[in-house]
Write a protein that binds this ligand. Structure first.
Ligand code: TNX
Length: 547
């Protein structure tokens, strides 16, 4: 009797134990498939690591400093403590290990988590940073809160696992247009931080356009005094002000002073992000032209033309020597502010009819034997390329610059935005290409065609699935990566910007990072509408909800 009763109890207990075990391993099982972009290799481990104020950290390299600082900041905000260092920890440990022998690829990392230890191995700053980003994605989404938490979480459960990860592309970019509508320094930082959370690494900063010049240039103060203001009582009262769909009666202004820019550069660097500043030339330059008409326009030019966006006479004159002097001085200041390898010079959408009645351009054409407007465009970019070379910068430009077959340095990079086809053709011609096709990666376009949806309508809508379906091809060393563009004609406020960027930026991140063989829409969708949006919510990002 006694025997059978204890047997029954034992039996019952072991059933319960089995059940609990099954449940917890199921929970753990599902809990590691939460990472965006999906790692190349990920394997479930046994048990969980408990991170709390007793956890210590250890690093054998300064390359992990930014990564550790990033984690510490979030821990301070959400838990009210940071991890202490300990060379001989007794208990739980977070270790950063420099492993250039083991980890061969740039930006790659290994993350090993078991009950006692978290080990992040990498060979560079970006690798350590991405190891920490993945680690934080394995924690509760509240780790991403941007304000001090009311109820502080003392202990974080992190599922054991083994991850080996590296990016598919070196260029994983996002562009924010701060000309058409201005975004504050605080918003630009948020934008950069959110990119970093998805392992995106190139912030393309569209700083000048017809509607506003947004970067302080000490040598030419009128660029921001005149060129950064638009609306009634300013010199920029043209069709798209203050934004295509916006109220037309309020002036708008804003620019970044050089100190703001240095701050933003440092902020991006600490998150493994390089900034690509864009000075859009020679078209899309109304703001510059009205600020310094004597330097940038031929006084005898009788050409009258409008750009595709219906802006009149918005082009810098390539026949005037003063244009090049001005641009060299501008580039010198831009190069000094941005310590990265390249500067974007635009080159898109030069309006038909520009310069046609300019005696200065006619003279240039005669002198240099230039027969067509395209040849003049080539001449202009040839000179700009030399200016950039003097300042040790690579040139990046929109695909239009390539169309005239200019003779430029071979290491320049072009962005194919009109269609993937144009990009593929250029790759075959051994040009370095970043793919930013409008039909997949223009996040300024509506998600779906609907009057109530914000965003542009001139191209096709870009749903989350459409963006995710893009397959950048072919494999080639000339295919440098991908980029999404957030043009801001319709971005009247930060909420609209958030809405158009999220959740689509998750799709960008995954196609930029994850090998195609590991990508799957259904799996992606689950991660996005599970932990993905919970992380956005924790930061109060105004993302588009599924419907
Ligand atoms: C085309 S893409 C442009 C931009 C506009 C955008 C709007 C490109 C190089 N030029 O000037 O803002 O369309 O979607």
């Amino acid at each position: 009797m006694f025997f059978s009763k204890s047997l029954a109890i034992n039996f019952g207990l072991s059933i319960v134990a089995l059940f609990v075990l099954a449940l917890s391993s199921a929970a753990a099982q599902s809990s590691i498939n939460v990472i965006i972009p999906k790692p190349q290799k990920l394997k479930q481990g046994k048990g969980i690591f408990l991170l709390d104020r007793q956890t210590r950290y250890l690093a054998d390299t300064p390359l992990s400093n930014d990564a550790l600082r990033y984690l510490q900041r979030q821990l301070q905000l959400t838990s009210g403590y940071t991890l202490q260092e300990s060379p001989s920890p007794k208990k739980h440990i977070l270790a950063f290990h420099y492993a250039p022998q083991k980890i061969k690829k740039p930006e790659a990392y290994h993350l090993h988590i078991d009950k006692k230890k978290i080990l992040i191995e990498a060979r560079d700053r970006a690798g350590f940073f991405y190891g920490v980003i993945t680690l934080m994605q394995l924690m509760d989404p509240s780790i991403w809160q941007q304000k001090a938490a009311a109820v502080q979480k003392q202990c974080w459960q992190i599922p054991a696992c083994m991850i080996e990860d590296y990016p598919r592309f070196r260029w994983r970019g996002m562009m924010l247009d701060c000309s058409r509508n201005f975004f504050s320094k605080a918003y630009v930082k948020k934008f950069i931080d959110r990119m970093a959370q998805q392992k995106l690494n190139r912030f393309h900063w569209h700083l000048t356009d017809d509607e506003g010049w947004r970067i302080q240039i000490r040598r030419y103060p009128l660029l921001t005094k005149i060129g950064a203001k638009r609306g009634p009582g300013t010199k920029l009262p043209f069709s798209t002000y203050p934004a295509m769909r916006g109220p037309k009666n309020r002036p708008q202004s804003g620019h970044y002073c050089q100190q703001d820019i240095r701050e933003i550069v440092a902020y991006a660097r600490a998150r493994a992000i390089e900034i690509l500043p864009e000075i859009d030339l020679p078209g899309h330059a109304k703001a510059a032209v009205i600020s310094y008409p004597r330097l940038l326009q031929d006084p005898q030019d009788r050409s009258r033309y409008r750009s595709v966006q219906r802006v009149s006479n918005n082009t810098i004159n390539p026949g005037m020597e003063s244009s090049y002097l001005f641009l060299e001085n501008v580039i010198a200041e831009v190069a000094a502010l941005f310590p990265f390898g390249s500067i974007h010079l635009g080159g898109d959408e030069i309006p038909r009819g520009a310069w046609q009645k300019s005696p200065a351009v006619r003279k240039l054409m005669q002198q240099k034997g230039l027969k067509t407007t395209k040849a003049v465009q080539n001449y202009f970019f040839g000179r700009m390329d030399k200016i950039l070379a003097r300042h040790h910068r690579q040139m990046i430009a929109w695909q239009e610059v390539l169309e005239g077959r200019p003779k430029l340095r071979k290491d320049n990079i072009f962005m194919a935005w009109k269609s993937p086809k144009a990009g593929i053709k250029a790759i075959k011609n051994r040009r370095n290409i970043i793919m930013a096709p409008v039909a997949f990666l223009y996040f300024d376009q509506q998600y779906i065609r609907n009057k109530k949806e914000p965003g542009h309508t001139w191209s096709t809508p870009v749903s989350l699935q459409k963006a995710y379906s893009y397959r950048p091809a072919p494999h080639s060393p000339y295919l440098r990566g991908v980029e999404a563009c957030l043009w801001s004609e319709t971005l009247l406020n930060e909420q609209i910007a958030d809405y158009l960027a999220w959740p689509r930026s998750f799709a960008l991140a995954e196609l930029a990072w994850t090998e195609p063989a590991h990508r799957n829409w259904d799996d992606f969708k689950k991660r996005v509408y599970g932990k993905g949006v919970q992380r956005l919510k924790a930061q109060q990002i105004h993302y588009r909800r599924p419907r």
